[in-house]
Design a protein. Structure first.
Length: 115
């Protein structure tokens, strides 16, 4: 379960930033996660709930997760399209098979809020 170590990294990063900016209580953390990042939102939520109660800085904080789709651009026709759950990397516009993945690998802290 790599989500636990990912969430530990998120909490450590937010803690460092909060302390450097005089924030004594974190209320909300927003993560952006692409579907190809292989990070499971439910597992991240579970890890966050397990870890945030151990640190007074994060008690009662909320984790918001924005999941981003896989977006591709066709090298043949330059069309952009979204890959759904089938992971079929064939352009629906021209049936081209040479595509570049331009979105869906994201995994970052968008922002956090605190007092």
């Amino acid at each position: 379960m790599h989500e636990l170590s990912l969430m530990e990294g998120v909490i450590n990063t937010v803690r460092d930033s909060a302390l450097n900016n005089g924030i004594v209580k974190v209320n909300k953390i927003k993560l952006v996660i692409g579907k190809l990042s292989m990070a499971l939102p439910d597992s991240l939520q579970f890890a966050f709930q397990a870890l945030n109660q151990q640190d007074k800085l994060f008690q009662d904080a909320v984790l918001e997760i924005e999941e981003r789709p896989v977006i591709c651009r066709c090298s043949t026709c330059a069309g952009e399209f979204t890959i759904e759950n089938n992971y079929c990397f064939i352009c629906p516009l021209c049936a081209g098979t040479k595509v570049d993945i331009i979105g869906g690998r994201e995994l970052f802290i968008d922002y956090f809020e605190g007092d």
